[in-house]
Structure formats: C-alpha cells, structure tokens
Design a protein around this ligand. Structure first.
Ligand code: F6P
Length: 526
C-alpha cells in the first residue's frame, strides 16, 4: 500500500500556514469567551470514557485541517487493513491483531458480516486459549495453598499486567499476593524470594519470545531457588506464558499458555500475558476487561474520523509535536491505583512511535514520539507542576479522573476532584496580572479523560483507547508502530561485554570510555 507522506500533503502545508497565522497566537481563554459552545464542540463521548478536549490549543479550522491530514494520509485504509489482518507490521511481515484477543466469539452464520471475516480461524484459537487460561486462573484462585503469584517478565510481559493488577486492586481476590519481577538486577528477585515460600508460590514466566535475557536469568534463579528449598513439583509451581512453547518445555515447564506472533509485546496484556490479572480479578472480571476494550475497538473501527476519540487525541498529538514543536506530554492520573499507567504508556507510545524512519526505511523530516512522563495526582503537584505552570517549555497534560471512588473515607474524593479541576483550570487560565515571580502565563493545554468508575471494563476501554491513539499517530507519521529494532543494539553489545566483566582480557578494541569503566569495575566471578 503506497501512502502519501504526511509532510507532502496539501493539508500539512495548510496546517503550517494556519499555525503561522492563528495557531501560534491561539489563546484558549479568548476562544472560550467567544464561543459558548466550545466545551460541547470539543468534547467527545466514547465507550466508558468522556473526553474534554476543549482546553487544547485548537479551533474548528485546526480540527478540520487535521482531519483532512488524516484522510489524505490514508489513516482509515490503514485502520481497516489492521482489522482485516493484513501484515501491516511490514518489517517483520506480521499482522497486528491484538484487537482480536478481545473480540467475542461470533456464530459461524454471522462471521461473514462481522469484523472477523478474514480471521475467523484465529478467533477460534484465541477463545480456546482464553478458556483454558481462565479455567486455570479460576483453579489457582480456588487453591488456598497458593498465596503468592510471582510474575517474571519485562517490558510488555510486565508493565501491562502489573499496571492493571494495581489499578484493579479493589477487585483482587483477598488472600493472594501478586509480585512482579522484571529487572535483571538481582535485588528485585532476591527481595521477593525473601517474602515467599516455595510450597505456596506460583511463578509465571512471561515472555513472548522466551529468550529475553533478563527474564531467562530471573526464571533460572527462581527455579534454582525453588529446587534448593526442596521444591520438586515444577508443573504445579511454574507456568509459562509465551509464543515459544518448545523453549518453555525445554526449560522444564510443562504448564504453558500460548499466543501468536501477531500480538506485539506491548499489546499483549489481553493474551496469556494477562494471566496474573485473570488470577487477581477472576475469569468474569477478565472477560469484562476484554469487553471494555472491545467496545473501544468498535468505536475506533466504525466511528467517523471527526467523532472518533482515538483519532481526535492523535490529531492533537500531531498538532502539538509537529506544529507547536512540543516534545513531551505529561500523564496525570488522579487515582493512586493508576500509578503505573505512565510507565505503561511510556512503552506503548515510545517503543511504538519512537522511530526516525518511515515504513520504507527513509529518514523522516519531522518529529515523532514525544517523551511521556508523569505521576499520580496530587503527588505531581508537589513535585514538577511548578514547571508545568511556570517553566519555559509548554507540556500538554493529560488528566485522567474517576467520578466514583471505591472507598468511603469522607472528604477525600471531593478534594481530589477539586484538585484535578483546579490544575486544568490554572494551566489554562493562568494569572495574568500578578507579574514577575507570581505570574502564571496560562494558555497551557490539557485534555481531561473522565471515567465513571475504575472497573475492569473502563480500564480495558482506557487502554484500548491509548493503543488506537498510538496507532493513528504512527499511521499519520507513516512509521511502523509495531516493531522495536531500537532495543536490539544494546542487547548485542551486552552479550559482548558480559564475558569481559568476568575475565581479565584485552579490551583495546573498545572505546576508551567503556574500556576505562571496565578496568575500574575490575572482574567479577562468573
Ligand atoms: O525491549 C524489547 C522487548 O522486545 C519488548 O518489546 C517486549 O515487550 C520485551 O522486550 C519483552 O519481550 P519478551 O516478552 O519476548 O520477553
């Protein structure tokens, strides 16, 4: 599929002209004063989420031009290709079908009319694994002898399930503790092993490839620890979540749950990689999580671009990155249970869209992924919000708030919501008349995502929304959002350096800095 590069479309040039004439000097305060309907025009309902986009630096013309850009770059065709199972991950010749993992089973008579018409066989396989995995999750939940579940995995095999288990803490089965070990730094695994007993622990070895060095090292150490403590029943205490079942078997694990190469690591929490979450919240809760995401898939797949929330968010991202030149976005979840959401989104967006070449490998003349960062509110307010309000750089903020709390402590939730509203208001309104150190320039953009409640369903929708938004920005930029070659070089160099740390040798072939640091570190026992 040949697609027009975004910066060669007429819409790109028109956006540049519009930015120079109006965009640079756009003032949201003036826009609100002149348009009583601005909140309605720039808000969007989507399944389980309401989004207020009105505090962003856009007007109707900006939006129309951005929509035109999406049309001219073929975002809809690309979206449809993903939902048709085409190999849109072109550098690896793979389809991109994480959305299928949350698609309900379709009766054979209805397949031809449904979204899965091209991939019906895969859907059956998805549900076979899902049913097996959820039956296993229910058995673990019922097994009172298992008190601790330790997930060993990294990147997409850690961040999603960890974020979700924390986020859905209120739905987690009492009596089970969940631990996530990702870092090859032995302090992490050692600290967990100090707190668990072999007879009451289930280790989940989560790795799409079953080759990732951190995960393999942690898994080997966990197995050695288990055996050194007298543990013998590996089949009961270890399970593997992987596409590489033969490697898991060779490692000695016979309990395995598979998935497919068309599920990217950072898009895998809906697959067997979600097993810790399924154990934590149960089969029904996990199905609700999938259903919430599926609702968002349908919204993305079928809504017109102008009323499509992932598209509208993505267009703002492009406007800020490529025309305003903003280089980062801050995520501010006003719910302490969403404290790992920024870390999760960092991988989702920066590993997907942190690319400097297009789908054909040609250098890009425009910026791609911004830096994502953030902490839960209100903590961030007492740390870096100073910079957001008065720093020299403008950082668009994405607030996430939840209407109904899951605790009954009086006063807290109103105060939390008043804080999130106040921060969004202060960023926009500023305080123009104070001058000097107390001057707030205002007109700083933010988006406000509002969930009714934080439930498996709404969390599923929120995450699918973010996945599709990343898809749209990547699509518009003409990059492949589904590979991650940028992580490979460090892995190769690490393999070369490791033996140099454990034996004295000639490091003259290395750069002077690396050789000097190795000399300073001395040698370690292997
Ligand atoms: O860091 C690169 C990466 O491949 C991520 O994309 C992935 O989520 C992570 O490593 C873990 O990979 P695996 O699940 O194969 O162990």
């Amino acid at each position: 599929m040949t697609r027009l590069s975004c910066d060669r479309t007429p819409a790109w040039g028109a956006l540049q002209t519009h930015f120079n004439a109006h965009g640079r000097a756009f003032d949201a305060r003036v826009a609100f004063a002149g348009d009583a309907g601005r909140f309605e025009a720039f808000s969007q309902s989507a399944p389980h989420i309401f989004a207020d986009l009105s505090k962003n630096l856009i007007d109707g013309e900006t939006q129309q031009l951005l929509l035109e850009l999406a049309r001219l770059t073929g975002v809809q065709t690309h979206r449809d290709a993903m939902f048709a199972g085409a190999p849109i991950n072109n550098t690896e010749q793979r389809a991109v079908m994480h959305w299928l993992l949350r698609h309900p089973l379709v009766a054979p008579s209805d397949v031809a009319q449904s979204a899965v018409k091209n991939v019906a066989a895969e859907l059956t396989a998805v549900h076979d694994v899902l049913n097996a995995m959820l039956a296993y999750a229910q058995a673990v939940r019922a097994d009172e002898a298992i008190t601790d579940v330790v997930n060993i995995g990294i990147g997409g095999s850690d961040l999603g399930p960890q974020m979700a288990v924390l986020a859905l803490d209120q739905f987690v089965l009492p009596g089970k503790r969940f631990h996530f070990v990702s870092n090859v730094d032995g302090h992490e695994l050692a600290a967990v092993l100090k707190r668990v007993k072999p007879e009451s622990t289930l280790f989940l070895i989560a790795s799409k490839t079953f080759t990732t060095i951190e995960t393999m090292t942690n898994a080997q150490s966990a197995k050695s620890w288990f055996q050194s403590q007298g543990g013998t029943d590996i089949a009961r205490h270890f399970a593997a979540l992987t596409t590489n079942v033969s490697a898991a078997n060779a490692f000695g694990i016979s309990t395995t749950f598979g998935f497919w190469d068309w599920v990217g690591g950072r898009y895998s929490m809906w697959s067997a990689i979600g097993l810790p979450l399924a154990i934590a919240i149960g089969a029904e809760g996990f199905r609700e999580f999938l259903a919430g995401a599926h609702d968002m898939d349908e919204h993305f797949r079928t809504s017109a671009l102008a009323s499509n929330l992932p598209v509208r968010l993505a267009l703002l991202d492009v406007w800020y990155r490529n025309f305003h030149g903003f280089t980062s976005r801050s995520i501010a979840p006003y719910h302490s249970a969403l404290r790992r959401l920024p870390a999760y989104l960092q991988q989702l967006e920066m590993e997907s869209n942190g690319k400097r070449v297009n789908r054909s490998g040609e250098s890009l003349a425009y910026g791609t992924s911004p830096v994502l960062w953030g902490e839960p509110g209100t903590n961030g307010q007492h740390a870096y919000f100073q910079m957001l309000h008065q720093g020299t750089d403008v950082v668009p903020v994405e607030f996430v708030a939840v209407k109904k709390p899951k605790h009954d402590l009086p006063g807290h939730h109103d105060l939390l919501l008043a804080n999130v509203l106040a921060q969004a208001q202060a960023l926009m309104a500023g305080k123009a008349d104070a001058g000097g150190h107390r001057h707030f320039p205002g007109n700083r953009p933010s988006t406000f995502l509002l969930l009714d409640e934080l439930t498996p369903t709404s969390l599923g929708a929120l995450i699918a929304l973010q996945e599709h938004r990343v898809f749209v920005t990547g699509s518009l930029w003409g990059i492949n959002s589904f590979d991650q070659w940028g992580v490979e070089l460090g892995k190769v160099l690490c393999r070369d350096l490791l033996p140099r740390l454990t034996a004295v040798g000639d490091d003259a072939d290395l750069d002077a800095s690396t050789a000097g640091l190795i000399a300073r570190l001395g040698t370690f026992p292997a």
